[in-house]
Structures are given as structure tokens and as C-alpha cells.
Design a protein around this ligand. Structure first.
Ligand SMILES: CC(C)(COP(=O)(O)OP(=O)(O)OC[C@H]1O[C@@H](n2cnc3c(N)ncnc32)[C@H](O)[C@@H]1OP(=O)(O)O)[C@@H](O)C(=O)NCCC(=O)NCCS
Length: 238
């Protein structure tokens, strides 16, 4: 596992995991029956191995952060499926994987979301942008030279995903309804959705070779926001 550096304003820790490197046997032994059930459902052996490696790494990382043995950690799912620790709930985390790469983000005081996408040709970028990006983001993408659009598309995509994953709201939010931009600069993001509102700090980074990544941290969330657990030492707002 490699520790990645983030701007200190993000106030979270980030690890990169190579899912094709065999995890230590004791890390694999820590997986729960529920995780083994999920692992067994993969048709292809490589996908199964990567899932096992990701969850072994997640348990090891969380264990190193909270001090409890990896095998004793228990998880609950939020209303839209975001996992959280049952004990040590003050430790917020998020996992993302893309092929052989995974990222794990951990924070002590706020919900975090992380997303990684392997860089690849994006012939359908324009059609996907129509469905998922705001009008301003689509215009910004179209204004770029053709050769820059694929990366900019994945930049915007990972930024949206990181924000949705931080709030835990996932697909319940219309991704066209909030702005993250198509370029990688750090910024604040405001989400106003039927399930609640949230203000987030967002940062993109390129430290992982061959991938586009983003991390988001919830700064505040509204009381109607069911998916997002109350924050420690942070303002709440309506
Ligand atoms: C899970 C979800 C939040 C992200 O899925 P994804 O990008 O395919 O997958 P990632 O690898 O980044 O993240 C998966 C991990 O996120 C975590 N997760 C699951 N549900 C989550 C949720 N609601 N919120 C945050 N994290 C979640 C889990 O740890 C999961 O790992 P696991 O499946 O190994 O247990 C997905 O349900 C989702 O809502 N995707 C939005 C898709 C979309 O419309 N994107 C448009 C962007 S413009």
C-alpha cells in the first residue's frame, strides 16, 4: 500500500492499493462471511481476487487507524449503501476501485468520498456528458481541444462521484444538478437535492499513474440529508 499526499485542507488520509498484488494471508483471513459471499458471486477469478484484495486492504487500513483487529471490524450500510464502521463510527472512510487499482480515504471528523478511474479512450464522452454533466460542464468540455477531452471528462466524472460518495447519496442525486467543473483545481461544491443539501471540499489529483482521481470531504450538511451522518466539529445548516 502506498500513502498519497493530499492538500492539508482536505484533512484526510489516502492510500493507494495494487489489487493484483497478493494480500497477506492474515489480511484475507480477516474477511467476514458477508464479504466471502460477495466474493463468491464474481464470475471471473481475477475480479474475485481484486475484490478480496480491496476488502483485505480496507480492513487492514481501518484496523491500523482505530486499533481494533481487522477481523473484528463490523460494517453497517447507510440508506443508499455507503458502508460505515459500527464501532469506531467516528472514523469515516471510503473505498474506490478501478481494475487493478484502489484508493482508500479515511477521515477522523467528516464524511469522505473518493473515486478512481483508469485513463482510457472515451469515445462516448459526449453522450455520457449529456446525461450526467451540467450545461456549464458540457460547454467547458466542448471548448477543449479534442485530445484533452477524454481526460477532462474523467476528471469531471471522478469529481462528481467523489462528492456523491462523500455524502453517501449515490444515484439518488441528479448529477447535472451540481457543479464540479472539468478541470482539476480544488474548490468547494454545493449539492441541493431532495434528500438534503451538502457543502463539500473537493480536490483532484494525478499521483496515481494512469488514473484520474478525486477526493471530497463534507464540510456541512443539511438536516434533511438522511444519507450523511452528523459531523463532528462542523456546522450544520438548513
Ligand atoms: C457505489 C457507487 C456510489 C459508486 O460506484 P462505482 O463508482 O462504480 O464504484 P467505486 O469503486 O468508486 O466505489 C465502490 C465502493 O464504494 C462504497 N460504496 C457503496 N455504496 C456507496 C454509497 N452510496 N456512497 C459511498 N460509497 C459507497 C463501497 O465501499 C464500494 O465498494 P465495494 O463494492 O467493494 O463494497 C454507485 O452506486 C453510484 O452511485 N455511482 C454513481 C454512478 C453515476 O451516475 N456516476 C455519474 C458520475 S458523473
Amino acid at each position: 500500500m502506498t500513502i498519497l499526499q493530499l492538500p492539508s485542507s482536505m484533512n484526510c488520509r489516502l492510500w493507494q492499493v495494487d489489487l493484483d498484488a497478493a494480500p497477506a494471508p492474515q489480511a484475507v483471513a480477516a474477511l467476514s462471511e458477508a464479504e466471502w459471499d460477495r466474493a463468491r458471486r464474481f464470475v471471473f477469478k481475477r475480479d474475485r481476487s481484486r475484490f478480496i484484495a480491496a476488502h483485505a486492504a480496507l480492513r487492514e487500513t481501518l484496523s491500523s487507524q482505530c486499533g481494533s483487529p481487522a477481523s473484528t471490524l463490523e460494517f453497517a450500510l447507510g440508506p443508499f449503501g455507503k458502508p460505515a464502521l459500527i464501532e469506531h463510527g467516528e472514523l469515516r472512510f471510503n473505498l474506490s476501485h478501478s481494475e487493478s487499482l484502489a484508493l482508500i480515504a479515511v477521515s477522523d471528523d467528516a464524511e469522505v468520498g473518493v473515486d478512481i478511474e483508469l485513463l482510457r479512450p472515451m469515445p462516448d464522452a459526449e453522450a455520457l456528458a449529456e446525461t450526467y454533466f451540467s450545461a456549464a460542464e458540457r460547454r467547458a468540455l466542448a471548448a477543449l481541444p479534442q485530445e484533452a477531452r477524454g481526460r477532462a471528462f474523467l476528471c469531471c466524472w471522478t469529481r462528481k462521484e467523489a462528492c456523491l460518495k462523500a455524502t453517501g447519496m449515490g444515484l439518488s442525486v441528479d448529477t447535472r444538478s451540481f457543479e464540479v467543473g472539468v478541470s482539476p483545481e480544488a474548490r468547494e461544491v454545493q449539492i441541493d437535492a431532495a434528500d438534503g443539501c451538502a457543502r463539500l471540499a473537493l480536490s483532484s489529483f494525478h499521483d496515481v499513474q494512469g488514473a484520474q482521481c478525486a477526493v471530497a470531504r463534507v464540510l456541512a450538511c443539511g438536516p434533511a440529508q438522511a444519507a450523511c451522518r452528523p459531523l463532528v466539529d462542523n456546522e450544520m445548516y438548513a
